[in-house]
Design a protein around this ligand. Structure first.
Ligand code: FE2
Length: 283
């Protein structure tokens, strides 16, 4: 087999009418530009993985803006939700459906001989991700389907690599990570595609290629120690991926960047943001 596809993540689209002061770059222009570049790729990619943070605030208007950008884009897109998204906004604005906001967006499908399993790791109360019992039941059933096909997992929050830092904001919760590792043991998983930390980062996780994309909004400076603060710099990237019988290849296609600083956020500020968002959700 030889199937080529594209990975984009962290689009952070924001409807123009929001006049979004939290936006660190012109994501509308970047998303349009990247969609145009993907259209030009030869041979045509079989699908595009969009691994969450599709919008900056999760509102239906921003999802409608994204839907407008996708008009005429005829390559299948595998959507996943991130912590900046809301299920309610996504269902109403992008899918035009009235599904309940309580309903996690988990789905699986076969495209061009690849079995794609998407998990909704968004947790309305947290920056970090989580999976609940029903989602593990979904995953177990999905893993048993199409046993002869290579499988790719799509989830906004990558599994945790260890338990440092102990504030679980960088990825999937430790409990869900452990459960996932156990469930995937012995399975033929060609790769896991994620976003969230705005860095191009590649890991061999329990023998599985774990691909995190920088995304289309801003980059987190990998040279800035993420102990007390995180440093955002200008930087966007997507990747061209090929799955062959021999394994997975991921080639990054970064857009030009001057790496200028866009801001520094302390961990305390991130925790305050999380608390405010949780309070807003609970209200
Ligand atoms: Fe993001």
């Amino acid at each position: 087999m030889k199937t080529t596809f594209v990975h984009i993540t962290d689009l952070h689209v924001s409807a123009p009418e929001l006049m979004d002061s939290k936006l660190r770059s012109d994501t509308t222009t970047t998303v349009r530009k990247v969609l145009g570049m993907i259209r030009q790729i030869e041979p045509r990619p079989a699908f595009v993985i969009a691994s969450g943070d599709l919008t900056n605030h999760g509102d239906a208007a921003s999802f409608r803006a994204l839907a407008g950008m996708m008009e005429g884009f005829d390559i299948p897109v595998v959507w996943a939700l991130g912590n900046h998204d809301t299920r309610e906004g996504f269902y109403a604005g992008l899918l035009g459906s009235t599904d309940s906001a309580d309903q996690t967006y988990d789905h699986h499908q076969v495209i061009d001989g690849i079995h794609l399993i998407t998990l909704d790791t968004s947790n309305p109360l947290r920056i970090g991700g989580h999976l609940v019992e029903a989602q593990f039941n979904f995953l177990e059933a999905a893993l048993d389907a199409h046993p002869d096909l290579p499988k790719i997992l799509v989830m906004h929050h990558a599994p945790a690599l260890d338990q440092d830092p102990d504030w679980e904001w960088e990825g999937l919760s430790f409990a869900a990570t452990d459960r996932l590792a156990e469930m995937l043991k012995g399975r033929q998983i060609a790769g896991i595609f994620s976003g969230h930390i705005h860095q191009d980062r590649f890991t061999h996780w329990h023998g599985i290629p774990l691909i995190v994309g920088m995304g289309l909004h801003a980059a987190l400076d990998p040279l800035h120690p993420m102990v007390d603060s995180i440093r955002s710099v200008q930087g966007t990237s997507f990747s061209l991926c090929t799955l062959r019988d021999s394994g997975l290849t991921v080639t990054c296609a970064p857009l030009p960047s001057d790496r200028r600083e866009l801001g520094i956020s302390t961990i305390e500020q991130l925790q305050a943001y999380e608390a405010a968002r949780a309070a807003q959700f609970a209200a």
